[in-house]
Design a protein around this ligand. Structure first.
Ligand code: SF4
Length: 311
């Protein structure tokens, strides 16, 4: 990867608190091309695993961040592509442990596509929390919502999830992204119920596409979410809005932090205030400068204005 930073945020995460994102994949390598993806269309669909990260640089960057940041609840692998495409992910987790010990848990958010590979399951075992997704309860919906590359199919994904659940000793939360008009039917919910009985996650989280995507994936209504929650069962929860208070402002590098955040995901003014801990006025001014210089743009989604970096 180029000199772009590996870490971004902390991002106010609806389920993890203040999450310091670590992005180890160049934009945008992924075995999937999801209709709801907030980082745009996949430029290279692949399952080929490669090492991209310079661990010395990553370590130095993390030490610098920890010296200044007030609140980090978790360090989360997520960002521009699928984290398990990085070879030897466990080595990066080991570097993070070297710096933080066990005081900050490490989480990996994965689309589950590579869990059928024993080496991926072995490397992921080093994390404290793994959040794999299963947005489709059958092959036809997988092709519709996740649009995977040829080497990935539904049975392989489920098989990988079942095996990883049996091997992994940390927290295992299964995520399902519900997109209106695609995977929000009672029939889909009934299929998930059977699959979840097979996979046995610690909990199931229903998520919705709250951030804008290029293909304008639509958010289902509350009634539909309740129906799916009831069909799947009581261990299912809907991911709720972020409620913690912003962290206190720490340093002067607000613009750089905002740019690194927006490179990975669109964000509202409130998200950026919560992430940086800066005054609303300050964040607004930085955003205005970024927009007027053409580096960023605003986009309305569900009546809310999000900002993103122009590619
Ligand atoms: S798996 Fe994640 S990064 Fe890949 S296309 Fe889907 S939403 Fe985007």
């Amino acid at each position: 990867m180029d000199a772009q930073r590996y870490f971004y945020g902390p991002v106010p995460s609806r389920r993890l608190g203040y999450s310091l994102g670590v992005d180890v994949i160049p934009k945008k390598l992924c075995p999937f091309d999801c209709v709801y993806c907030q980082t745009g269309r996949t430029t290279e669909k692949t399952i080929e695993r490669v090492s991209f990260v310079n661990t010395d640089r990553l370590k130095k960057e993390l030490i610098g961040i920890l010296a200044g940041k007030a609140t980090i609840d978790v360090i989360t692998f997520s960002g521009s592509g699928e984290p398990t495409l990085h070879q030897n992910l466990d080595r990066i987790i080991a570097v993070i442990r070297e710096v933080c010990g066990r005081r900050i848990p490490v989480c990996v958010i994965t689309n589950s596509s590579l869990l059928f590979l024993p080496e991926v399951r072995r490397e992921l075992a080093a994390a404290d929390i793994v959040i794999p997704s299963l947005d489709a309860p059958n092959e036809a919906l997988l092709r519709k919502i996740n649009r995977p590359c040829a080497q990935v199919n539904f049975e392989r994904i489920v098989e990988g999830l079942v095996k990883f659940r049996a091997e992994f000793e940390g927290r295992f939360w299964l995520e399902i992204m519900i997109v209106k008009g695609i995977n929000d039917s009672p029939e889909a919910a009934a299929e998930w119920k059977g699959l979840i009985q097979r996979i046995r996650p610690d909990k199931v989280q229903l998520n919705i596409p709250v951030r804008p995507s290029q293909e304008h994936a639509a958010v289902p209504d509350q009634e539909t979410l309740r129906m799916i929650q009831e069909v799947i069962g009581e261990e299912t929860e809907v991911v709720l809005p972020f409620e913690k208070q912003p962290a206190a402002r720490r340093d002067e590098r607000i613009e750089e932090e905002i740019v690194e955040y927006l490179r990975r995901r669109p964000a509202t003014l409130a998200d950026l205030c919560a992430s940086t801990g800066a005054e609303e006025e300050t964040v607004r001014r930085v955003l205005e400068e970024l927009v007027s210089s053409g580096r960023a743009c605003g986009q309305k989604h569900q009546g809310v204005e999000y900002f993103r970096i122009n590619d």
